[in-house]
Design a protein around this ligand. Structure first.
Ligand code: GLA
Length: 346
């Protein structure tokens, strides 16, 4: 087990960005850069023992700064969407940034994901990153202190622990927006990856990807991943929800009790022989199949990133929760601690 800290790049304002690399006793490693607390790489062997990086992302700071993909970044203060960028905490109404189509708030703007986080090595297999979000930034209430720990175990689990506390009542929804490609992006799209989701329901959306409030059974629909199937099997089905989003870009309701760590998803790629398991204690997960990636960006090793070259499993509270009283809520009182864990196991 080891963690190294090296220089990665400088931001345009001169702030230094560091790269932390955690390596376990199986030679599996995770690279984290302090800009956006980004999971920049996750390198593991294929069925022939050949190492490959399963994170679709970038190898230059410029791309990390300009890309709208949020790849690998920690997203806050509210991951996913808020209708009209508006919500209430108690009796107070807040208007936050409307960074999507001038209407909705997506991923809290780019505050957490564009910040350069402070980071220290806290163990021979863990890095702790911290960020202070000032009251009113992007419109969100509260001075929020956020801590994210990445830990890589010898069981090949990359565990991400989130903690946040605000000095005002506020909403908090944190996730990691890594795009995975178990064959590595150089091998092409992920449509042949086999996916199982431990989710019997999902939350259909309107044309702006805001949940309608319905909790719909996946049974008999293209959204049914309760039995393992290829990501691409039904992606082009004649389903209004899929057509609107050009593929999967939906929140699934994770079976079992939120607050308890449980299996969210299992993914395998027969070609490379790699697999990924996702566990979380959060109520939802966004399956996003890279629908809007369009060949306009070049990723690591010169690979031009095309549609479906990566999939995301963003563990989260459901989108637009504060405006949907029937969803599990994510309003936190001043001083109350938000705590959550997600594990990506290869
Ligand atoms: C999320 C959204 C997608 C897209 C990506 C970022 O997953 O649900 O619609 O905006 O982020 O590109």
């Amino acid at each position: 087990m080891s963690v190294t800290k090296t220089h990665y790049a400088f931001m345009p304002d001169g702030t230094e960005v560091h790269l932390f690399t955690i390596t376990n006793n199986n030679e599996i490693s995770a690279g984290i850069i302090t800009k956006g607390a980004t999971l920049n790489s996750f390198t593991c062997p294929d069925k022939n023992g050949v190492m490959g990086d399963i994170i679709m992302g970038f190898d230059s700071i410029d791309n990390h700064i300009t890309s709208g993909t949020y790849t690998g970044q920690v997203i806050g203060q509210y991951a996913n969407r808020l209708c009209g960028g508006r919500f209430k905490v108690g009796d107070t109404e807040y208007q936050v940034t409307q960074n999507e189509k001038g209407k909705t708030c997506l991923h809290g703007g780019a505050e957490y994901s564009s910040a350069v986080w402070k980071a220290i090595i806290i163990d021979d297999n863990a890095v702790e990153l911290t960020y202070h979000s000032p009251d009113g930034k992007e419109g969100f209430p509260g001075n929020v202190d956020v801590t994210v720990v990445y830990r890589l175990t010898d069981r090949n689990e990359l565990e991400i622990n989130y903690k946040a506390v605000s000095d005002k009542d506020t909403i908090i929804n944190l996730t990691n927006h890594a795009y995975f490609n178990l064959g590595t992006p150089a091998a092409g799209d992920v449509l042949d990856h086999e996916l199982q989701l431990f989710c019997d329901y999902f939350t259909p959306t309107d044309a702006d990807s805001i949940p309608t409030g319905e909790i719909r059974s996946v049974k008999g629909t293209a959204f049914d991943f309760t039995e393992t199937k290829k990501i691409g099997r039904d992606i082009a089905a004649d389903d209004e929800q899929l057509i609107m989003c050009r593929g999967y870009d939906h929140n699934f309701c994770v079976n079992g009790e939120a607050g308890k760590l449980r299996l969210v998803a299992k993914v395998t790629d027969e070609k490379s022989g790699r697999k990924l398991e996702v566990m979380s204690d959060l109520p939802g997960v966004q399956l996003y199949t890279g629908n809007f990636i369009d060949g306009s960006e070049t990723g690591k090793d010169g690979v031009v990133l095309q549609q479906h070259y990566g999939f995301c499993l963003e563990t989260q509270y459901y989108p637009d929760t504060p405006n949907q009283p029937s969803f599990p809520q994510c309003t936190f009182k001043a001083g109350e601690v938000f705590k959550s864990t997600t594990i990506f196991k290869v």
